[in-house]
Design a binder for this molecule. Sequence first.
Ligand code: GTP
Ligand code: SPV
Ligand code: MN
Length: 603
Amino acid sequence: MATTVVPTQANQYVRAWVNQMVDLTRPDKIIWCDGSVEERERFYEQGCAEGIFVRLNPRKWPGCYYHRSNPNDVARTEHLTFICTPSPDAAGPTNNWMKDKDAYEKLTELFRGCMKGRTLYVVPFVMGPIGSRLAKVGVQLTDSLYVVQNMGIMTRMGEVAWSQLGQSNDFTRCLHSLGDLNPRRRFICHFPFDNTIWSFGSGYGGNALLGKKCLGLRIASFLGRQQDWMAEHMLLMGIENPGPDGRSEKTYVAAAFPSACGKTNFAMLVPPQKYAQKGWKVTTVGDDIAWMWVDEKSGRLHAINPETGYFGVVPGTSATSNPNAFESMKRDTIFTNVGLVPLEDGTYDIWWEDSGMPEPSRCINWEGKEWTPTLARETGIKAAHPNSRFTAPMWNNPALDPRVNDPSGVPISAIIFGGRRSRTIPLVYQAFNWVHGVYIGATIGSETTAAATGQVGVVRRDPMAMLPFIGYNIRDYLVHWFRMRKKMVDCPRVFMVNWFRKNEQGKFIWPGFGENMRVLKWIVDRCHGRAYARETVLGWMPRAEDIDTEGLNLSSQDIALLEFVDPDEVKSEILSQEELFLKLAGDLPKEMIFQRELLISRL
Ligand code: GTP
Ligand code: SPV
Ligand code: MN
């Protein structure tokens, strides 16, 4: 078997485990990745030769590549995702469970010899700023060059991981194979007690880039509960503005919205001109995952972004809707499942719906089929899949926060929850206190999206936007959230937002995107004890005059509807929470029951 030189820094535990997995999977060749620029170039060249990547026109898209995944493999598959533990109680009622022993047995048979004729890449990576107390090392073994290149963008990949690991055995063992991409032989299995992930049969996103949802949320949330920290599906952003004394003020907030509900867009918000002129500026720390702990010195919640890239939703992303994302993806980016446009000079361009780029006369769509504007009109065929993605290095983001690499993280003043709700939930309200805030987060309802396979547009409960990502029993997860309060001297204020309320014509009422700055300003002002609010059944809400709507094309009716709370709808909302409460049954933390009763009594 051919192998590249084993790096001297890779310790005995890593070597022993790699040998074991090589014996199981039987690759023809082993490549230990070093994470260098030369290596990345070499891999792209090889990937283009093998048909995994298409190089895009280097003048228009320098360093950018196109990839199309198998049409049956275009989103996370939650029904094929398992938490594997000795007993089902450790996984809890919201996770699919397999007995760990059975899962190892089943997947061992799938992995046995699965890399014959293929190359196994050893991908060492660090999650989190180097030197941070929460920085974690993972090693992913994979037979997908596409995965390697994505991991190179999304994590601190390469030799840096060996030095971070030193002689320790404390790393996440991530085994991945494309297998034959048959959904019936697709399993994404987590073994939290062994710090191990085995993923078979998918090459896409959260199923295959094991640093992201598998390690970054499922394994990390499990570890966080044991070690007193939190791993959350949250963006992190900084807001800079002139303070009341004229000096610049900086506030950091974290926000949890379910998949494809606006985290990347909010994290990269560009303030409308009149705010920018007054000195308001937003910077991005992270767009998907936050790891948080209570800082001993300040008693405040601090957060890091464990990733180094954005794996963002493409459709709808344009120079107007999200200029910072658009700028980030202009170079060194991988585009997955968008439309591929052959140009006359033999090079390639790309296109997607609502990109703001001129519509091509034809392209090859995400399924590899011919697409033309006429076909699109007649058949509804899309150029880009609704869950098509860009993988861009965060270093490209013009609004990157200067503290993204800070090992001590950023202090969090507010936690914002949100969901995609066409009815019921108003534009913004604030929790009365932490416990109430945890209840609000735990009962988020959101309409399902294309980020996971399954029906789109049905409201489901998605506690803390973490339903598919909690790596252990949700009962213990909620208790962990309630208990965090006791560890903090000064705890973040908690808010709920909804950008997606619709009017009778089925149109979004709120303009969203950059205009969300107006809501964010109220939130920041509330954190600093400046803005006014009135008490309602749901929580503290701004009066109409407390949110700046000047210059927006909103009627007074629209504005009233944005913040309207219909007691009957709130009653149905409480009833629909029953689904989650019943799942938890006798395990429901008592604070949840008290909070619901308080809400009912306020009604
Ligand atoms: P994941 O990467 O799946 O976790 O998604 P995300 O939460 O980062 O969502 P993202 O920012 O990529 O947005 C998802 C979709 O919501 C895109 O189609 C956006 O155009 C749309 N969207 C984002 N923000 C807003 C908003 O303020 N208003 C409206 N109407 N749509 C928005
Ligand atoms: C999500 O679905 O929340 C994502 C995309 O961020 S994936 O990496 O596929 O999980
Ligand atoms: Mn996400």
